[in-house]
Design a protein around this ligand. Structure first.
Ligand code: GDD
Length: 316
């Protein structure tokens, strides 16, 4: 049975991906810096901070994975402005710790690194779809740290490590932290409906446009990318995961509001505005589709409805 080591396994994507990997027949070791959560689907749990080089080496030596998916990261853009050092220690040196552990203990493993569409940064200002040939011009510490981590992965790939880099665009769904936009809006609507928040929904920049995907579609892409480990064909080292369609945050908010009977005012909260914000993000995922056949399946309307229902269940 193929053995996957999944870092960041207690995070939003990690928990969902664990179940999807098991359903697909992988043995999953969930590596996380926090104690295992009750009901986590993994076959095996391993508690170790990605910044702990010795601990990560020990984990890789014991698990001897055939596949690795590296999700562990500081992933919230505003947090990366508040704590750039912590962001780089986790996202860059954490990646280096994993890469060194693989070089020394599991050099045959296939590794999938989850980078981010944020790496394109200022290149998005063109308003055009970006593909993997678009030059990376990061606009925040999080994005810069992902470019640096990609560079580390590319160096190990050059030395013979097998694997790919994925650049997912915004992915959303139940269980995501309300630090992120759709979860924040859905949670506030649920709180207002339950009478636990005054009927004023706080928002940041509603003019930004994002390319949203359901988290399950992103997990499907990761599963397809893992299959490249056994491919005899050439495939690109780096691939976008995108829907190819960009929506204004205001439109997403309107859809969520239309799913509620409550009368809700919208108010801008200056705290939610950012020093720099990408105005339009839209991605081309032709390379991924060509290499794996992946296509997004879940309509955004369905994702938003399920998200709001999730937050309604959380607030009763
Ligand atoms: N978080 C948040 N909260 N964002 C808001 C709000 C709000 O109340 N109101 C408007 N926004 C705007 C932000 O300014 C941004 O333009 C957009 O909504 C999306 O914000 P986030 O959900 O925080 O995501 P992100 O685009 O900054 O980054 C996410 O996507 C990346 C992939 O493209 C994160 O998930 C990153 O980790 C990921 O790499």
């Amino acid at each position: 049975m193929p053995r996957v080591l999944l870092t960041g396994a207690n995070g939003f994507v990690g928990k969902i991906l664990t179940q999807r990997l098991r359903d697909a027949g992988y043995h999953v070791t969930a590596l996380s810096s926090s104690e295992p959560q009750p009901g986590h689907a993994a076959d095996q749990q391993w508690v170790c901070d990605i910044r702990d080089a010795d601990g990560i080496r020990q984990a890789v030596a014991q698990v001897r994975p055939s596949h690795v998916i590296h999700l562990a990261a500081v992933s919230h853009v505003p947090t990366s402005f508040q704590d750039p050092l912590g962001t780089w220690q986790t996202n860059v040196m954490g990646s280096m710790n994993l890469l060194e552990a693989l070089r020394l203990e599991a050099p045959e493993a296939f590794v999938l690194f989850s980078s981010s569409s944020e790496v394109y940064g200022a290149a998005f200002k063109s308003g055009e779809e970006v593909d993997e040939y678009t030059r990376c011009q990061p606009l925040n510490p999080y994005a810069a740290s992902k470019v640096a981590a990609e560079s580390a992965f590319n160096e190990y790939f050059r030395q013979g490590l097998k694997g790919v880099i994925a650049r997912p665009f915004n992915h959303i769904g139940a269980q995501q932290s309300p630090n992120f936009v759709t979860a924040s809006f859905a949670r506030q609507i649920a709180l207002i409906e339950a009478g636990q928040q005054e009927p004023v929904l706080k928002v940041g920049n509603l003019e930004a446009k994002r390319d949203f995907l359901d988290v399950q579609d992103v997990c499907s892409a990761y599963l397809e990318l893992l299959k490249l480990a056994d491919s005899t064909q050439e495939y690109p080292r780096c691939m976008n995961i995108a829907s190819g369609r960009s929506l204004k945050i205001r439109e997403v908010l309107d859809t969520l509001l239309s799913l509620s009977q409550a009368s809700i005012q919208v108010a801008q909260d200056p705290e939610r505005l950012r020093p720099s914000d990408i105005p339009v993000a839209i991605g081309n995922s032709t390379a991924l589709t060509r290499s794996t056949g992946w296509q997004p399946q879940i309509p955004l309307q369905q994702t938003l409805r399920e998200l709001l229902d999730y937050w309604r269940q959380q607030t009763v």
